[in-house]
Design a binder for this molecule. Structure first.
Ligand code: AMP
Length: 415
């Protein structure tokens, strides 16, 4: 089955076409036929499209909205020039899988999309006002193009964390606020944490029962997850993605009273404070330079920029604190797994996070660590490191395609 995986952001659309079936899943032989990114939708969009085995094609085309972006993608997919194997007409696409950011408390498993599901996803807009509306635009656009002819499935970023117990997901606020408004921690990046846990099981030979690990998704957004017996029991993002680790532009954990203080001192409104902690903080806020870790590391090295160094140090220290917290949370773990743009590509950051944790039995091997870049999967713990260290490049799209297939076939799913 050829599955179109869509990940729609407020002004972007990312897609992959993945050919898979139950046998391919079993043998890990799913095949990515095409992928692409369309950014700055609403203006002159920047487009990168790539068919399997071919060089990427870049273009800039005015695209009004997500529907126009999807039309552009589909037109390219079926055109003979694109060279996407096995796709020559729309009927070669058999299902669509959507990444949906927030499923709230009720949408805890991937599901086939019908009117009721759309309504429930819309109900979660108040929890994810930036993300869910864009995700819904992707669903509506695909419905307009394909009609009811092909099934569509929703895969939620939050669902992997639905196994968190109340002591992990509740805030220490009056309980009535949870009852009345569902003010609680939901966690995000769930599909990524779930994917790396799945790969860990494959690499280590453990089953769900034996999967007791800490996963670190370190990209522009960052989160840590404590996984016990294969299930998420705690994660660092909260009711929104703002909580937890230091990120590209998000502050992560913060004394909530700072916001009230700034409201008085600087006359900042709630909207401004929201933008402050989500868009102007983190690596960008501390360095005053950029949210891009590559550039910060270069500034630190080449110009000995003090604030670039401070931003990187804050970033690493926060991750280390979460590792310590989750080791306590789980009474130890068998492995720490790094993923995301930074986790997959920066031996420097991984090394700084994993240094001086030998008390816990964490000992990185410098040489092995240096070799794991550019999408390479592997282990970098030293001989004798009690806790194993892995780099596992994430692949959320693959899980979305597989979940879509399982939804279509009615195969039971854990999430
Ligand atoms: P993501 O959101 O997962 O795409 O990750 C984006 C982040 O990964 C950005 O901060 C990039 O600077 C960072 N990144 C990508 N490649 C490298 C690298 N080689 N070294 C350090 N950071 C990197």
């Amino acid at each position: 089955m050829n599955i179109l995986v869509l990940n729609c952001g407020s002004s972007s659309l990312k897609f992959q076409v993945i050919a898979t079936d139950l046998e391919a899943i079993e043998r890990d032989e799913d095949r990515m036929l095409a992928r692409g990114v369309l950014e700055r939708i609403g203006t002159e969009a920047l487009i990168t499209l790539r068919a399997e085995g071919r060089a990427p094609v870049r273009d800039a085309v005015p695209l009004r909205d997500h529907r126009a972006a999807l039309d552009h993608v589909l037109h390219w997919l079926v055109s003979p020039d694109s060279g996407v194997p096995g796709i020559s007409s729309l009927s070669d696409i058999h299902a669509v899988g959507h990444r949906i950011v927030h499923g709230g408390e009720r949408l805890t498993r991937s599901l086939l999309i019908d009117d009721a599901a759309i309504e429930q996803i819309a109900e979660c807009i108040e929890l994810a006002p930036l993300h869910n509306p864009a995700n819904l635009k992707g669903i509506q656009s695909a419905r307009q193009v394909f009609g009811s002819g092909i099934p569509q499935a929703a895969v939620f970023d939050t669902s992997f964390h639905s196994t968190m117990p109340p002591e992990s997901f509740l805030y220490a606020l009056p309980y009535q606020l949870y009852v009345r408004h569902r003010v609680r921690r939901y966690g995000f990046h769930g599909t990524s944490h779930r994917y790396v846990a799945y790969r860990y099981r494959q690499l280590s030979g453990h089953d769900y029962e034996g999967t007791n690990i800490i996963t670190l998704h370190l990209g522009n957004g960052c989160s840590a997850c404590a996984i016990r017996k294969g299930a998420s029991i705690d994660t660092s993002m909260g009711m929104t993605p703002a909580e937890g680790l230091v990120m590209g532009t998000r502050s992560g954990d913060l004394d909530p009273s700072v916001l009230e203080f700034l409201h008085h001192k600087e006359g900042m409104s709630f909207d401004e404070l929201d933008s402050l902690i989500n868009k102007r903080s983190g690596l960008l806020g501390v360095s005053g330079l950029t949210n891009d870790m590559r550039d910060l590391l270069a500034e630190e090295k080449e110009h000995e920029d003090r604030r670039a160094r401070l931003a990187v140090e804050l970033f690493c220290l926060r991750v280390r604190k979460y590792i310590g917290a989750y080791l306590a949370r789980m009474n130890g773990a068998d492995a720490v797994v790094f993923t995301g743009g930074i986790g997959e590509n920066s031996p420097d950051i991984r090394g700084r996070i994993a240094a001086d944790l030998d008390f816990f039995g964490i000992q990185p091997d410098e040489e092995r660590n240096r070799e794991l870049v550019g999408g390479r999967e592997g282990e970098f713990g030293a001989e004798g490191s009690r806790i194993r260290l892995f780099v596992i490049p994430t692949n959320e799209e693959l899980l979305i395609a597989r979940d879509t297939l399982r939804c279509v076939l009615g195969v039971p799913r854990r999430w």
